[in-house]
Design a protein around this ligand. Structure first.
Ligand code: 13P
Ligand code: SF4
Length: 397
């Protein structure tokens, strides 16, 4: 049995503690520092309204070509039913950019995805997020102020000049702009290795934001770096909890962030499912903890998981470590294969689930009445620098 060695966080090597910006449950209050917890400004239809499906259909039909609805793979079935296209965060941002005729892009996903879509679409297009409380706890774990402070720490340690920032798509537009300003790139879970190879060709070290697990898994399992090459920068400790010597010795400076959904899978989940389902293949997302990915049979991005299961032979058995809405949909789509959730406890992404049929109906009906709601708009300067980092990703070899 392999465990993640203690890095610079001896008390909690798995590092799955709540963020100080704890979720404001069900968006009942507002927290301007967080992507989440924003009140809905409108009158939502009741979830019990039996006419919701018909209302969504009618509003979509009234809008016609003016609207394009994007649905992330982790969305609820009731929402996916109305999506014109489904995909992971990167594919959806590209799909939005490829639809210049659509006046409204309704993004059924989370806030950072809607921001990326706004950055990549034209001025004329409006990106709408049906519920502003649909944020991302991982994206919230790296704020612009914290990252600016981190860069000062790297500067004081004399390593900023040789460090290239690589930021996961799952980050706010501010963090993407920071990355662009400092000559870095964005990456997704499907191109993280290429992004790191590019970054190490530009400099000696990488500051990887905000998902420590994707950074560590890619560096160690795909690029041959050692765990000792990685340090974790904790924004809640002075100097990130690291000495200048540790920063100088490190190759990967991992931000202390994680996905609250994928971070829940444990080595016990893997061992337990192997006992419960003999012959099972364990397939996990690289946002899972290092030891979980090491113990799995396969690792890959959301799109990779979908493709692998589609190509798997009939009769094969799979335990999948990713968001539950997607796993359930895949199990339904492939009844000839045995597809189970990796953990025994349910594990939806609570913020993805904020987008439900009442919010979608409210957003579509408002648009059809000519009153756009919940527009996501990135300011011009942030957009300029964030776009540099996104374009660098698109240009990766
Ligand atoms: P992808 O959409 O890039 O697979 O990322 C997974 C995720 O956690 C989305 O929030
Ligand atoms: Fe964020 Fe994880 Fe939810 Fe994706 S699944 S939106 S990374 S919390």
């Amino acid at each position: 049995m392999t465990t993640t060695p203690t890095l610079n966080e001896p008390a909690d090597p798995l590092d799955v503690r709540p963020t100080p910006l704890a979720l404001l449950l069900l968006g009942r209050e507002s927290d301007p520092r967080s992507e989440r917890g924003v009140d809905c400004p409108g009158d939502l239809p009741a979830p019990s309204d039996p006419g919701l499906v018909e209302r969504a259909r009618a509003a979509k039909a009234r809008l016609g070509e003016k609207v394009f609805i994007l649905g992330h793979h982790y969305q609820r079935d009731e929402v996916i039913e109305f999506a014109d296209v489904t995909g992971d965060s990167f594919k959806l941002a590209r799909d939005a950019a490829a639809r210049p005729e659509a006046e409204y892009i309704v993004f059924c996903g989370v806030h950072f995805m809607a921001e990326s879509a706004d950055i990549l679409t034209s001025e004329r297009q409006q990106v709408i997020l049906p519920d502003l409380a649909a944020g991302c706890s991982m994206a919230d774990m790296a704020t612009a102020e914290q990252v600016a402070e981190c860069w000062d720490v790297l500067t004081d340690a004399g390593v900023a000049g040789t460090t290239v920032p690589v930021s996961y798509m799952n980050s706010s537009a501010d963090i993407k702009a920071f990355t662009g300003r400092h000559g870095g790139t964005i990456c997704t879970s499907s191109n993280a290795r290429r992004a790191l190879e590019w970054a190490f060709a530009q400099g000696e070290k990488v500051l990887f934001l905000p998902d420590q697990h994707l950074g560590r898994n890619t560096a160690v399992l795909e690029m041959g770096l050692s765990l000792e090459d990685c340090v974790v920068y904790n924004p809640h400790k002075p100097g990130g909890g690291l000495t200048p010597e540790q920063l100088r010795a490190a190759k990967m400076i991992l931000w202390r962030g994680h996905c609250s959904v994928h971070g829940r899978f444990t080595l016990d989940s893997v061992n337990e499912v192997r006992e419960r389902v003999p012959g099972v293949n364990v397939l996990v997302h690289p946002e899972c903890r290092h030891e979980v990915v090491e113990a799995a049979d396969f690792v890959g991005s959301t799109e990779h998981i979908i493709k692998r299961l589609a190509e798997a032979p009939a009769g094969s058995k799979w335990a999948v470590g990713t968001e539950l809405n997607l796993v359930r949909r895949l199990a339904k789509a492939h009844p000839d294969k045995e597809i189970v959730f990796l953990d025994r406890t349910v594990c939806f992404c609570s913020t993805m689930n904020r987008i439900d049929l009442p919010h979608l109906v409210w957003a579509l009906e408002s648009l059809a009445d000519g009153k756009p709601v919940n527009r996501i708009q990135v300011d011009a300067e942030t957009e300029h620098y964030a776009k540099l980092a996104l374009e660098q990703m698109l240009a990766l070899p």
